[in-house]
Design a protein around this ligand. Sequence first.
Ligand code: HAM
Length: 421
Amino acid sequence: MIGRYKAPRGAQDILPEDQPYWDFVRDAAARLSKTFVYEAIETPVFEKASLFTRGVGEVTDIVQKEMYIFNDRGGLELALRPEGTAPVCRAYLEHGMHNLPQPVRLWYWTPIFRYDRPQAGRYRQHHQFGAEAIGEAASAVDAEVIELLWRLYEELGLTNLTLQLNSIGDSKCRPQYLEILRDYYRDKLDNVCLDCRARFDRSPLRLLDCKQERCQPIIAGAPPITDYLCEDCAAHFTELKALLEEADIPFTLNPRLVRGLDYYTRTVFEVTPPDEGAQSTIGGGGRYDGLIELLGGRPTPGVGFATGIERIILNLKRQNVDMPERDRPQVFVAVQTPAAQVPAFRLASELRRAGIFVIASTGARSLKAQMRQADALGAAYVAILGESELADSTATLRQLSSGAQETVPITNVAARVRQGR
Ligand code: HAM
């Protein structure tokens, strides 16, 4: 049975059988956020498109190729959220959060929309858990958000992950580095891909991010940005590395690591699983000290990360991490005679009010069919109401795993089920 419609390309249903993974990740994310005293924030699914054009950057792939952009019926140009940082910064400004103790620590769990080419681990609607700490420039905050991300993966039981770390400088030192990078590329432009030729003029830092085979040797020989950091950026990076070591968070320095969004300054990082292709990054982030000002606020530093939930779950499955079981009924209430329908409904209702997971038989099926259904649903007990049970206010309670059966007063069913657990 397929019907007439399928989910749109690149968007997925999250079915009940996958929900234990989602619960597992969401619970860990919420719990860790509490431990780090980050508070939850939710922003609208759509925003003015210019928030992202300005915030994420006009010449980024996200804005140029991937944004779901549309005019509403009033002619306002909106975009489905292609990332979570610019909306959180917008909310920080809109609600005067600069008046709160700084940094303001926020986290979110949210759907993200990107018109990407769908493949394993890459979707047009995906979900992110992200955290942002806004209002403090010190490297201790960079270390804190990286630690939050790293502890999440640890707590989930993911292993063999690599944390790649770099600093891409700030508005003081980066322009000079970009000139050095251009000088290096200038006589190699005949050998690079077409995209890189365009990047050379428009966003030279992204030359280092090219995935084309022919560009790799050139990238490998490029001058590392960390050799050209100004004194302040270099000190900030040195402090950050020391703090990460202090927290036993292993990292790999990657001076070629640049990210796909334009707002980053200084710290950038990505977490990758073992032996994977370019699309496999499961989390990333960095510092964005210029973003709030770009959105019309006073200069305000910020740092954060986001991690893709679908990619986390893909890795949990690949690494065979055990999941908690799906919820099963503790009791299936079966009826042996039509006269028991209402009492069965009442018993189910009472058991649920006592906090027991219950499914009551519906419709007219034979007791045998009801037993089969209880078994298929994974019920622990079946409580059978027939004529004799109705007559003396009891239920026949059958434990499906052992087949053991006993008659208990109807008022004792809840207690008996609890004992039997
Ligand atoms: P991002 O690297 O663009 O960063 O996305 C974060 C994570 O979202 C990625 O590491 C990946 O796991 C997941 N992801 C991205 N695109 C897709 C996709 N098409 N399908 C499935 N998963 C995907 C950001 O969005 C920044 N806002 C992170 C940040 C927060 N920086 C500072 N604060």
